[in-house]
Design a protein around this ligand. Structure first.
Ligand SMILES: C[S@@+](CC[C@H](N)C(=O)[O-])C[C@H]1O[C@@H](n2cnc3c(N)ncnc32)[C@H](O)[C@@H]1O
Length: 274
């Protein structure tokens, strides 16, 4: 088994994976139906032809640029497991800083709170917020029906159907009432950007936005104040490339804003309030 793993790692490295060993291990554990940690006690065991064939198929998919999360059907985010399909963006560790800030806001309030998560995709932000902040009721929306189907499965998987409600439509339009918090990780990639294959494999509606990536973020910053309760806050994930435009839009709509950096030190989350 160790030899198979070593060969798969080399193959993935050759095809440009920057996390070849990890990818090879995650796919091997999936092919064998065991946890990754279990591989270490099985390294000296031979693999059946059936397991080998399954593993080769997964490694070939990864070498073609398919994200590991699509191949195995799930991804960890904020220490919770989320189902993912090619209908949704793969939850990204860079987004955890937004959720951590949202949970901190909820804890500071120390009481019931209504939150709206715009462009929810797999539902990872809405569900992680509801999981870690039990006083928060969350509405989560998306324009993609297929994404909302995945989000619903994740809501059910985490037992949060009573506190996370899904709505379909453009930005805040389908959301009922006013909110203490509006969160969003909307598409913010410029259409001309050169992206790696595993990013391009994700839905275009989850990635690209007009106006060099800034259109949806600015439109949400314009519409959010009318839907926020007094002391309400907006938390938007951004790319550093649209920071200037996003800050200008925030300065027009809100009295205050600040920027939070991600684990890699990049400006990643814009927080705005009045
Ligand atoms: C970058 S993905 C983020 C998904 C998820 N929030 C996450 O962090 O993994 C953006 C999501 O916004 C949705 N979306 C795109 N345009 C939208 C719009 N105008 N209104 C609401 N959602 C939109 C896409 O379908 C996609 O699911």
């Amino acid at each position: 088994m160790l030899e198979v793993l070593t060969r798969a790692t080399g193959h993935l490295q050759k095809h440009g994976s920057t996390s070849a060993r990890l990818d090879a291990e995650v796919l091997l554990a999936h092919a064998l139906g065991v946890g990754r940690i279990d591989l270490y006690v099985r390294f000296d065991r031979p693999m059946s032809e059936e397991d080998l064939a399954r593993y080769r198929g997964l490694v070939a998919g990864r070498a073609r640029g398919e994200p590991v999360a699509y191949l195995v059907g799930h991804k960890e985010f904020m220490a919770l497991d989320f189902l993912v399909t090619p209908a949704v963006l793969v939850p990204n560790p860079d987004t955890e800083v937004l959720v951590q800030r949202a949970v901190a806001i909820a804890r500071e309030r120390n009481g019931p709170m209504r939150a709206a998560d715009v462009g929810t995709g797999s539902g990872c932000i809405a569900i992680a917020l509801a999981h870690y902040a039990p006083a928060v009721e969350v509405w989560a929306g998306d324009v993609s029906r297929d994404a909302l189907d995945v989000a619903q499965r994740n809501v059910d998987k985490h037992g949060l159907a009573g506190r996370v409600h899904l709505v379909e439509g453009d930005l805040l339009e389908p959301f009922p009432g006013e909110f203490d918090l509006v969160s969003a990780n909307l598409p913010y990639v410029c259409g001309e950007a050169h992206l790696p294959a595993e990013v391009r494999a994700q839905p275009a509606t989850a990635l690209y936005a007009p106006e060099r990536g800034a259109a949806l973020v600015t439109r949400l910053l314009q519409s959010a104040p009318a839907r926020l309760r007094p002391n309400g806050r907006a938390l938007l994930e951004i790319d550093p490339a649209i920071l200037d435009v996003a800050e200008q839009a925030a300065a027009v709509s809100f009295a205050n804003h600040r920027v939070h950096r991600d684990l890699g030190g990049r400006e990643r989350v814009l927080e705005a309030w009045s």
